[in-house]
Design a binder for this molecule. Structure first.
Ligand code: 5RP
Length: 233
């Protein structure tokens, strides 16, 4: 009788590197691709550098990713210079079994949604801890115009949420778009499409971090026993 050793338990960093490399299979040759933001995407960008001669370049969802891409010799295009992207590759803070996501932990949600909307396919890369039944345990990021922050926070409290302005070094964090982020806890988002529609109607909301209209087409989920692929049609 032979006994096979159990798969080693991978660290969070190793899981991110694993799924970052796996996403290379979704990069079409000779094209410009959409690139997201965050620690998982950083692993993807590192892997992408190894095949940079096979793509034309990228449209980036944040200043941070743009700097990283350029530092590795990958050309970054303005989103207005490109009509449609074949694929957008990005992480998520939460993803459910239908491909709906919460994003914006890195404060880049608005640009992420813009590049996702420009792309035919959204490939979400995440480790298995991001998979949830119902969105809302992760504090929901909402990008807001600063003068509307207090009123928007009151509106969330009417929905049962508790909102606070995200800070960095003791002052409100300023996004790449010059706006603020409100993070909302205590929500259970059972109807992501309806919720996204509703919150995006509130004056002063730049973008809500629920990605329902721009949900994932595919999710590559890293586990210690390999990468699981979920497709959402
Ligand atoms: C940034 C995002 C990220 O995709 C999300 O926060 C996941 O990040 P990480 O890969 O670091 O866990 O939405 O605005």
């Amino acid at each position: 009788m032979t006994s096979s050793a159990p798969a080693p338990v991978l660290t969070q960093d190793e899981l991110k590197a694993l799924v970052g490399r796996a996403a290379l299979d979704y990069v079409p040759k000779g094209e410009i691709i959409g690139v997201g933001t965050g620690s998982t995407v950083n692993k993807f960008i590192e892997a992408l550098a190894g095949i940079k001669d096979q793509i034309r370049g990228a449209v980036s969802s944040s200043v941070a990713s743009t700097e990283r891409l350029r530092a590795l010799g990958i050309e970054v295009f303005d989103s207005n210079a490109v009509d449609e992207l074949a694929v957008y590759i990005d992480g998520a803070d939460e993803i459910d079994g239908r491909g709906y996501m919460i994003k914006g932990g890195g404060a880049a949600l608005t640009r992420e949604k813009i590049v996702a909307a420009q792309s035919k396919r959204f490939v979400c890369i995440a480790d298995a801890s991001k998979l949830v039944n119902t969105l809302g345990a992760f504090p929901l990021p909402v990008e807001v115009v600063p003068m509307a922050a207090r009123r928007i926070m009151r509106q969330f409290s009417r929905l049962g949420g508790l909102a606070q302005v995200r800070e960095k070094d003791g002052t409100p964090l300023v996004t790449d778009n010059g706006q603020h982020i409100v993070d909302v806890t205590g929500l259970r988002i059972t109807d992501p499409l309806g919720f996204e529609n509703e919150v995006n109607r509130w004056p002063g909301v730049v973008e809500v971090g629920v990605f329902a209209h721009q949900r994932a087409s595919v999710c590559l989920l890293a586990t210690s026993s390999g990468v699981r692929t979920m497709t959402f049609g």
